[in-house]
Design a protein around this ligand. Structure first.
Ligand code: FE
Ligand code: FE
Ligand code: ZN
Length: 305
């Protein structure tokens, strides 16, 4: 495929299921998307609805979109890095096993996971806990792939360097089922300078391997390189900047890798009440035009007035 594969985070409702997510993505001019199978901050999950799944798949086929480019994000509260609370740790393992079953049922191949936070156990122990957990989860040679996300290094987060992710990957028995999701805001905050993305990508290739790159989260950052903060900014409105992000999005070596926006909603005050609106339609249009629009946020506000 020579076309840019781009989408954003979208919602997934119990009523409209995958069809609702697809319709939201299409309204943004996207050709792929990413969603949480429920709320990102909790682990309450309902069954996958067959009817809306089939409907969405038929629609995608009709439009020439590939379900294999669609991505699930696991909830960010599951933590495989700390096993001190045995109940919590085995809950995380069981939850992720079920999450992979849900992905399989939807026909989705890639599930993004935050590696976890060691919360005082140290990086080495944290990494070995993640490996132990993942090997229990990935217990068959085939099935959906876990994509470990590069992290900003906030608190005791693991995955703040390519070396940490490589160490995890090395410990996984089912190599086919482990890949990486590169988040531009996170790597900036972790200390990788996106002004020289070719250099960053060469380092990624050397330490992890480009063949392991499954997905890119395209976000600008509110903080300086190396700040270890993790606060996303709208495309072109952060410290990474539009041109540096475009280089990632249109990189020759990343043509086949889906790009997903997780930029913040734009807040609008209406009758003294704050409402927020997704920026994705306008950001995707700006990316496709390859020209920075300094009035983008204003235009999003006006669009919803
Ligand atoms: Fe994430
Ligand atoms: Fe991300
Ligand atoms: Zn983030």
């Amino acid at each position: 495929m020579d076309q840019l594969i781009i989408g954003s985070h979208v919602s997934y409702g119990s009523k409209d299921g995958l069809m609702g997510s697809l319709e939201e993505a299409l309204s943004y001019g996207a050709n792929t998307f990413m969603f949480y199978t429920g709320a990102p901050q909790n682990t309450t999950r309902g069954p996958i609805d067959e009817k809306t799944t089939q409907k969405a798949k038929a629609k995608m086929l009709e439009l020439g979109l590939d379900i294999k480019e669609v991505i699930i994000h696991a909830p960010y509260i599951v933590n495989l890095a700390n096993d001190q609370d045995h109940e919590k740790y085995s809950f995380a393992i069981n939850f992720l096993k079920q999450e992979l079953q849900r992905a399989a049922k939807l026909g989705i191949e890639k599930v993004v996971l935050h590696p976890g936070s060691h919360v005082g156990l140290g990086t080495k122990t944290g990494i070995s806990n993640i490996i132990k957990g993942l090997n229990e989860i990935l217990d068959t040679p085939d099935g959906p792939i876990i994509c470990l996300e590069t992290m900003a290094g906030k608190g005791t987060e693991i995955g703040r360097t390519f070396e940490e992710l490589a160490a995890i990957i090395k410990g996984i028995k089912e190599q086919k089922r482990i890949m990486v999701c590169l988040d531009t805001c996170h790597i900036n905050d972790a200390g990788y300078d996106l002004k020289n993305f070719d250099h960053v990508l060469a380092e990624f290739d050397h330490i992890i391997g480009l063949d392991k790159l499954a997905c890119v989260h395209v976000n600008d950052s509110k903080n300086a390189c190396g700040a270890h903060k993790d606060r996303h900014a709208n495309i072109g409105f952060g410290t990474i900047g539009f041109d540096n992000l475009l280089k990632v999005i249109y990189h020759e070596k990343l043509k086949e890798v889906p790009k997903i926006l997780e930029t913040p909603y734009v807040s609008v005050t209406e009758e003294s009440k704050d409402r927020t609106y997704p920026p994705y339609k306008q950001e995707i249009a700006m990316i496709k035009a390859q020209k920075f629009n300094a009035n983008l946020i204003e235009q999003i506000r006006n669009y919803h007035k």
